[in-house]
Design a protein around this ligand. Structure first.
Ligand code: ADP
Ligand code: MG
Length: 618
């Protein structure tokens, strides 16, 4: 009987395999440039005609190939980069599968010119639809030139799906930009239809990342970037990230580089967004180049056919470090552009001594926190006595802020991982002495190194927010109502509350269904007591429901805390006595992140004495 199943002919197999690697002109450029980089090239030129549909030529000054290797290079699974399966765990090259050249050659006409260093003559190999049609000795420069003609001429299905030359070229230009940012110490030129479109020369930039950014994204962008750096024994993060003042409408100005390889990584993108949470509008994205260096054994690069995704052994740790690194930088920018967060001279000897034991104590303390969370009790503030601050302050009707809908999706990112800059920031705040209130909204405080301007609302928000975080363990912070209150809600709201009773209880709102759309509330966080709390609860529920995206229970609880904190905190426009201001600063000092409000916005700004002197030219 005739079989229905047939083993495919080798040329069909080759075309199918090519489909995985070579999707469009940009994928060809990617593979060829990767080969040039792997060959140690210092200078790479990419020439493209008709968006790459007519010609793609990549020339490099790398190590070149012998005539034998030049032929072997076109065999499937032929590579000089790995030998055994074990080598897959220690990949330091961009390529390793030995698939690119044969895949490209299966769907085009490829001409390879190559000469090894020390050899007087080069080799020319021409391959058409996977078959070598010419092999000869030729004169050519040291290095390799690969020309790809008539891409997909034998695969009509692919050809049909190619976009216009401009659109295909734009993808190539975007790719080249990323290569340049990932390898600022290599010179690149991109030429389209005879015109130089991108040119980056190491002579001009010295391989410096910021100068390189200025070339590819412009100097306006480059000057708005601030350096990011953090390392642990296993991971090192380096790069540039934008001040909150510079954002883009998409993530296309974010480059993630893992061990020199440009990748897409959802988890890292989320971490970047998380780090900016509350500092930029939720529909905007920062600009950044983030280089992550990890031991090759801790990252799997063999998870995507075109190698544009990687998998970290410990993704959560990398995310945490990214957030730490970026927030550490941002907090400094936000508080004062010119001021390093160094502790004032006159504070807590005990803590000073601990710092003194280590060089770079700031960074190390941070890292110690990161890797042994239990250690964090060492400098954790004492519990804030419920309602300690600002009891005298009565609510007014002036609102200086409302909760921002600025939070980003962060499925895998645990809450509470924001930069813990408390080690230095608390020292700084401990030394602040209030001198006046400005516009009944800001506390002006002095320290040895300058003038600090504190938003009274945001400072109080931070204090209340943290007291709510401790609520689960602190029964005193809950106010039981002598007469339980009934809360009638709309249908959708009632359903929402019913599904989230535990979330409300976790922060001290004891609430039970009471039939229909009504609920009975038996306790509230004590901070709400002086407020029109029934109204506040209505508002808070409505606000929580406005946000459409799915959130974890912990995220919801956090929003609830932030929302209560915002509504219960003293507002702009409320007069404060000197004593109240001192109290507020003292309470702020006990919080774990005194520089940021719960929405991640700055609590204070500073004007250093240096800056003042400079302005008055002293
Ligand atoms: P891979 O990069 O995964 O090894 P490729 O098919 O891309 O597979 O290339 C096959 C081999 O050809 C490489 O391992 C390398 O030895 C050689 N090669 C390819 N391009 C170049 C180049 N530009 N310079 C020097 N050698 C190259
Ligand atoms: Mg390759």
């Amino acid at each position: 009987m005739a079989t229905k199943i047939r083993v495919l002919e080798p040329d069909v197999v080759a075309q199918i395999a090519a489909g995985e690697v070579v999707e469009r002109p940009a994928s060809v450029v990617k593979e060829l440039v990767e080969n040039s980089l792997d060959a140690g090239a210092r200078k790479i030129t990419v020439e493209v005609e008709a968006g790459g549909k007519r010609l793609i030529r990549v020339s490099d000054d790398g190590c070149g190939m012998s005539p034998e290797d030049a032929v072997l290079a076109f065999q499937r699974h032929a590579t000089s980069k790995i030998r055994t399966a074990d080598d897959l765990h220690r990949i330091t090259t961009l390529g390793f599968r030995g698939e690119a050249l044969p895949s490209i050659a299966a769907v085009s006409r490829v001409e390879l010119l190559t000469r090894e260093h020390g050899s007087d003559v080069g080799t020319k190999v021409v391959v058409e639809e996977g078959v070598i049609v010419e092999l000869s000795s030729v004169g050519c420069p040291v290095g390799t030139i690969v020309s790809v003609h008539k891409l997909f001429h034998n695969v009509p299905a692919r050809l049909k799906f190619l976009r216009s030359a401009t659109s295909e070229f734009n993808q190539i230009a975007d790719l080249l930009t990323r290569f340049i940012l990932a390898r600022p110490n290599v010179s690149f030129t991109l030429r389209h239809d005879g015109r130089d479109i991108i040119h980056h020369s190491v002579e001009a930039t010295g391989g410096d990342l910021r100068s390189t950014v200025a070339i590819v994204w412009g100097s306006e962008v480059a000057k708005e970037l601030v350096p990011v750096e953090l390392s642990t024994p296993k991971v090192r993060i380096l790069g540039l990230t934008s001040k909150p003042s510079l954002t883009k409408s998409s993530r296309s100005y974010q480059v993630i580089i893992v061990n020199g390889r440009c990748v897409r990584h959802h988890g890292i993108s989320l971490a970047i967004s998380y780090a900016y949470r509350g500092m930029i509008p939720s529909d905007r994205h920062p600009v950044c180049v983030v280089c992550i260096e990890v031991e090759p054994s801790l990252v799997d690069v063999n998870v995507h056919p075109a190698k544009i995704e990687v998998k970290f052994e410990n993704e959560a740790e990398v995310q945490r470090l990214i957030i730490e690194a970026i927030q550490l930088t941002l907090v400094k920018v936000v508080v004062s552009p010119g001021m390093a967060l160094k502790p004032p001279a006159s504070v807590d000897v005990h803590v000073q001594k601990r710092r003194g034991q280590k060089q770079d104590a700031f960074g190390r303390l941070l890292r110690a926190r990161l890797f042994s969370p239990s250690d964090s009790t060492a400098t954790k503030p004492a519990q804030i006595p419920q309602g300690a601050a600002m009891q005298a302050a009565q609510p007014s009707h002036t609102h200086d802020s409302s909760p921002q809908k600025g939070t980003q999706p962060m499925e895998q990112i645990e809450m509470g991982l924001q930069t813990d800059i408390s080690c230095d920031a608390n020292l700084l705040i401990a030394a602040l002495r209030p001198i006046a209130q400005l516009h009944r909204s800001y506390i002006l405080a002095e320290a040895q190194d300058g003038l600090y301007i504190i938003s009274q609302h945001r400072a109080h928000e931070r204090i209340i927010y943290e007291s709510l975080c401790e609520r689960a363990t602190d029964r005193h912070a809950i106010q039981w109502l002598i007469t339980p209150m009934t809360l009638s809600l709309g249908q959708a709201e009632a359903k929402f509350v019913e599904e989230h009773l535990e979330v409300f209880r976790s922060i001290g709102v004891e609430i039970e269904p009471f039939g229909g759309n009504a609920f009975v509330v038996r306790s509230i966080p004590a901070v709400m007591l002086n407020q029109p709390y029934a109204q506040l609860l209505h508002d808070i529920v409505a606000e929580l429901m406005l946000e459409q995206r799915p959130r974890t229970l912990e995220e919801l609880a956090d929003e609830l805390r932030a929302s209560i904190a915002c509504k219960s905190a003293i507002k702009a426009g409320e007069a404060l006595s000197m004593h109240e201001m001192e109290r507020l600063i003292a309470d702020l000092c006990k919080t774990s992140k005194p520089l940021l409000c719960p929405h991640g916005q700055p609590v204070m700004l500073a004007l250093t004495t240096e800056e003042l002197n400079r302005r008055f030219e002293r």
